[in-house]
Design a protein around this ligand. Structure first.
Ligand code: FEO
Length: 168
């Protein structure tokens, strides 16, 4: 029987399309973080570099989570192609500002897929996406805290600021 070989897709096709776009966004976020890590690494800003390397890994994990979710539920996940990401930053603060911008963009996108899943009655995707909604709120808060920290220590040498940046 056909269904014994390949399960019918229980996800809504429009949601799958948006989830595939989300795969692209998460992979792009991972690449952006890698560029930030590289900028910090070259300037011996070790804690910040470690922070961004860890974020790059985390975004890849998010990407894989969505990728597996689509395939495990009868859909077809698309391997993302990422083109250029910014590699030039003006300052350490600039890297974290770029990080916050990237997180806000991802949050808005997650909310958009979540709304679509709810609108079309795709409860499987809605439940799956709840984790991402919570995760994004935490991610944004983490970067905002770091930006506050950088602003507080504005007059300190860059290396001393870096020593206070959390690594994850
Ligand atoms: Fe997976 Fe922080 O976006």
């Amino acid at each position: 029987m056909k269904t014994a070989i390949r399960r019918d897709m229980i996800l809504h096709v429009e949601v799958v399309d948006l989830l595939n776009q989300q795969i692209m966004m998460e992979q792009r976020a991972s690449s952006k973080y890698l560029a930030m890590a590289s900028w910090c690494d070259q300037r011996e800003l070790r804690n910040s570099a470690t922070y961004f390397y860890n974020q790059a890994e985390e975004e890849r994990t998010h990407m894989m989570k969505i990728f597996k979710f689509i395939n495990d539920n009868g859909g077809s996940a698309l391997s993302p192609t990422i083109t250029e990401v910014p590699h030039e930053f003006e300052s350490l603060r600039d890297t974290f500002e770029a990080s916050l911008d990237a997180e806000i963009e991802v949050t808005q996108s997650i909310h958009h897929v979540f709304k679509k899943a709810r609108q079309v009655g795709d409860f499987t995707s809605e439940l799956f996406l709840q984790w991402f909604v919570t995760e994004q709120a935490e991610e944004e808060e983490k970067v905002r805290d770091i930006l506050d920290l950088i602003d507080l220590m504005d007059d300190m040498p860059l290396k001393m600021i870096d020593e206070r940046i959390p690594t994850e």
